[in-house]
Write a protein that binds this ligand. Sequence first.
Ligand code: NAP
Length: 263
Amino acid sequence: LEGRPVARAILERAREELAEYVTQAGRPPELATVLAGDDASAAAYVRAIHRTFDRVGIPVRDVTLPGDVAEAELREAVAHLNADPAVSGIIVLQPLPRHLPAGIASELVDPAKDVDGITPASAGRLAVGLPALPPSTPAGGMAILEHYGIEIAGRHAVVIGRSPVVGLPMALMLIAADATVTVCHSRTSDLPAVTRQADILVAAAGRPGLVRPEMVKPGATVIDFGVSFVDGKMIGDVEPAVGEVAGALTPVPGGTGAVTNAI
Ligand code: NAP
């Protein structure tokens, strides 16, 4: 399940929808990124956002704050973007500098502009089945399943991981798509016995090689969100040998990660 063809299809649809939007609104929507400090992965994500948005023709405004930014200054910067009618979406890059209160980003962004699905309002809407802006990583996973025509309704999906950015929203979206869903985490006893039941197995633990071939039902679809670096090499949560048992598998790299920005 290669991610790039999915990303291309998403961007193609975005270009069409953008043209319609500009006709109606008279201007393109604008994304704002807020980066505080010099975290290398956050800065790389901003560059990737620019590359993707340039391809579609959506302007991106960067707000860059110093690593020792005061909480009040961050609040003011995001409030300014919330109030600016030219800004349609806001992404506050994580991780924020450590001196800022945990979870502050999710309190600051206007839920109507919460394109990364980090606010409690977005999470709540997703949980109760209302139209919502979901976090992009699991939304990308769902887009992969849809793009490749993987049937979800009535099938047993097992999600390893319950974080608010990947595992939990993925489980909620699979429920909304009528799967029967089991959620596993670090305290799950006998993980292999649970994962072997999965028609769709989702790995979002951040533990390299956690999922081995004997843990996978033959023919199952496996979605690997894991990103770890071992000896400088990017590897997922799923051992590559799982490809010999599974019916379909997202590669790492080139699978889920390739879709996150596009979605
Ligand atoms: P996280 O907040 O650390 O959550 C990890 C989850 O996995 C937790 O729920 C944890 O259980 C569970 N877990 C850890 N070890 C386990 C084990 N041995 N057996 C079963 N469950 C276990 O991580 P995250 O932010 O959700 O990210 C997960 C992975 O996705 C990471 O590798 C991250 O880099 C990657 N990621 C990928 C993308 C992408 O676009 N592909 C985007 C974002 C993140 P507890 O709740 O009990 O602690």
